[in-house]
Design a protein around this ligand. Sequence first.
Ligand code: AMP
Length: 482
Amino acid sequence: MSFSQLGLCDPLLKSIKEKGYSSPSPIQQEAIPAILIGRDVLAAAQTGTGKTAGFALPVLQRLAAGPKTKANHVRALILTPTRELAAQVETNIREYKTHLRLKSAVVFGGVGINPQMKILRSGVDVLVATPGRLLDLYQQNAVKFEQLEILVLDEADRMLDMGFIHDIKRILKLLPAQRQSLLFSATFADNVMSLAESITRNPIKLAVTPANTTVEKIEQQLVAVDKSKKIPALTSLIKQQKWQQVLVFSRTKHGANRIAAKLESAGLPSAAIHGNKSQGARTAALKAFKDGSIKVLVATDIAARGIDISELPVVINLDLPNTAADYVHRIGRTGRAGAAGQAWSLVSADELDQLKDIERLIQQLIPRVTLDGFQPNQPLAESKLLPPKKIKKPKKAKNTSSEAAGKPQRTGKSLQRDGKSHQRDGKSHKPNNNNPQRNGKSPQRNDNTPQRSGKAADSNSQSRPPRRRRVNPQAKRKAVEA
Ligand code: AMP
């Protein structure tokens, strides 16, 4: 399949060619036609599957056909959990829209708000934002949503994990009810599902398997090592293999600092990246890593989510994540968009349970290799492959309309890696003629004043800023990592 078969316009096809994409990834094949016809979408897709282009390209095409954006208004809002991911998504959007007359911007916390207010003043077609800063900007009347046509929630599961639910609910109240909503999430646990149900209408549900193609392309190895010897083993491994660019995962921020300092003192230029670092320090570390002035970047899971470095050759897990899906996320930092890569894990005897969970999820036993001089005193027990757990796909939304209950919304088995037809009945997505406002050519905008929900969205909302946010201390703690 080619991109032109998906119904994308020439300016976008030109940018895609310039980016060097030859064919659409499975999630792109599914999502692009659905979004182009104005449908809401719930997609189970992880970073590394090409999901950003999957929503960004059709969103840009839809916006290109619309009216001029008024001062301080935005027409498409993309919410992401981390600053790095926000920056990454906006960079992609800027590249995709090169040949279109559309304006994009990114706003996130940790940096000055005034330059962001200035950018918003002339109106922005696509705004990529982290939730907290967006609300701050709204409180200062710097951003208005009456013209909003499309909302994208990227990595919705992470947003909820990081305690953003209250911010998201507040934002939803400010948006016109009449809009297209797209929700992307690696997993669809109950909390994500109930959020999805509250923001989407008759969504088309798409899925690519969690242990996705990325994993298959990656050469995985496991070194059993005593816990106390992990950092010397890591140093020895990097030196032995003469790797020039290595991303190391640490479960904790404190651990990340300590590892980076030890590697540095062993002669390996390194930096740590995590939520306690200032935005400036995070950006500088990422830049140094990309341009080769440091060899090793030590990151926590959340901080690493926005990192997209093409051809990153090696990822090392200095400790295994507690959630098996995070292993897939971590190693997905290499082997991006089908490229080959290596993932190494240094595993101590106490991490056997995490290892079993991971092997069960990816349905393979990770090959074990020994590292000279680091044979463990506490051996890591052998693991056996357990049958896969049932994959949680988006459940049927609580929607009683015949279309919601019928075939076009369902995700069929053929939706997986092969990128083939995704409808159980093999039909293409069709607009719902019973619901012309949500479908058809210009479903989101209608010349009448859009119906809005929530008290803050009334006509006085510009002059009456909403009440200050109440911060749940636990949520705040989690959000610090962002
Ligand atoms: P994402 O999952 O959106 O984070 O994308 C992962 C990486 O894949 C990014 O570096 C994209 O530029 C790249 N990418 C996205 N779509 C394609 C495609 N169709 N062909 C090749 N690379 C792609």
